[in-house]
Design a protein around this ligand. Structure first.
Ligand SMILES: Nc1ncnc2c1ncn2[C@@H]1O[C@H](COP(=O)(O)OP(=O)(O)OP(=O)(O)O)[C@@H](O)[C@H]1O
Ligand SMILES: [Mg+2]
Length: 373
């Protein structure tokens, strides 16, 4: 069975990475494994965001897929075709990398048309007009690359990747140099174009808002490993480990030491009391665990014997749509942050109780950070 018979008319193809490894070796320096056996299955027409901190291997992964970096081991398939040893130009991949050079003597319009004309693509002019209008960059068309700001260059790089109408599109931090309002507009257009044209797309970012708003699925990476791959909701609601829980979510998840009781069905927080959990495991009595509590999942209620953890408010911010209460739990060093409803008001010194639904009280192994379920 060929992809062409099952895929939409343009022949959208999936992208599959299997146990992909990149080891850099520089003379006189120790070998460094930047990508440590990644598996990723991007469906035809899907947009996957690769999200992770600086140095975790995002660009290296993208460069291997594009053919700009050799693969140490593992496989890269586009549709049914193994491409890991194929020259970059034969892979049919559109690349929107910032460093991708533009031809200095040509203006932006000629730069965008350059590859299309060489391949005698019909409708090239219309394609360039339509995409540059959508990205609100018509005013850049007569300019030479040397006269462009970094944000403008970035938009040209994005447009150049898009006009090629590639079956697979790779974008590395495509919006990082744009100002906030241009970033929001271009992000929406990028998503709309990706939907219309059906490019199978990987977007690298370390901005979680960008990742959450663009992605069908999110691959959260750290230290050369994909920590979790799922929809934004899956990653937010059901984090695999402490790294993912801390990396995704704003305000950041509260991380507190706790003592498991009842095999993990309850967890005691300092001298403040306990949260019930939905953990079904069999933790030893009084096992030390790391507790993750999202500020959005907690509630702060009057201290009138409610089930939860006693605390005292140390700081309260009223932010119009909601409030942010910082509280101290007796016997716990770390403060706990709770999102409160807009109409509620607290004062420093108020005694209160933090409550949380049992299924939203996450427990992690205190040593490995792995999720305890
Ligand atoms: N050519 C190279 N030689 C040796 N080490 C490299 C090389 N390129 C990257 N590295 C190292 O590999 C690791 C991953 O780098 P990579 O550029 O993939 O990170 P990244 O996730 O894209 O980070 P950022 O968000 O800062 O762009 C880093 O520790 C980096 O120093
Ligand atoms: Mg990078």
């Amino acid at each position: 069975m060929t992809e062409a018979t099952t895929a939409p008319s343009r022949g959208a193809r999936g992208l599959t990475l299997t146990d992909l490894v990149k080891t850099y070796s520089a003379r006189g320096r120790e070998e460094f494994q930047a990508v440590k056996g990644i598996d990723l299955d991007v469906r035809p027409g899907e947009l996957v965001a690769l999200l992770g901190p600086s140095g975790c291997g995002k660009t290296t992964t993208l460069r291997m897929i594009a053919g700009l970096e050799t693969v140490t081991s593992g496989s890269i398939r586009i549709g049914d075709t193994e491409v890991s040893q194929m020259p970059a130009a034969k892979r049919g991949i559109g690349v929107g990398f910032e460093s991708y050079a533009l031809y200095p003597p040509l203006d932006v319009r000629e730069n965008l048309l350059y590859g299309l004309k060489a391949r005698k693509v019909s409708g090239a002019e219309q394609m360039v007009d339509s995409i540059t209008a959508r990205l609100e960059m018509e005013d850049l068309l007569p300019l030479r690359p040397a006269g462009l700001s970094s944000g403008q260059k970035q938009r040209v790089a994005l447009a150049r990747a898009l006009v090629r109408n590639p079956p697979v599109l790779l974008l590395d931090e495509p919006l990082s140099h744009l100002d906030a309002s241009a970033r929001n507009r271009v992000r929406r257009e990028l998503k709309a174009l990706q939907r219309e044209f059906g490019y199978t797309t990987i977007v690298v970012t370390h901005d979680q808002v960008e990742a959450l708003s663009l992605a069908d699925r999110l691959a959260v990476m750290n230290q050369g490993v994909v920590q979790q791959f799922g929809t934004p909701d899956e990653v937010f609601d059901d984090p695999e480990n402490l790294f993912v829980a801390e990396f995704v979510g704003e305000p950041k998840i509260n991380v507190i030491a706790g003592a498991a009781g009842d095999g993990g069905a309850a967890v005691r927080i300092g001298d403040g009391g306990s949260f019930a959990t939905s953990v079904r495991g069999s933790l030893g009595a009084e096992a030390t665990v790391t507790v993750g509590l999202r500020p959005q999942d907690c509630a702060l209620v009057a201290d009138d014997g409610a089930d939860g953890v006693r605390c005292r408010v140390t700081y309260f911010e009223h932010l119009l749509e909601y409030g942010l209460a910082t509280v101290a739990v007796p016997g716990v060093a770390d403060p706990v942050v709770v999102v409160t409803p807009a109409q509620d008001r607290f004062e420093p010194g108020d005694d209160a109780v933090v409550t949380a639904p049992p299924e939203r009280v996450y427990l992690f192994d205190a040593e490995t950070g792995g999720r305890l379920r």
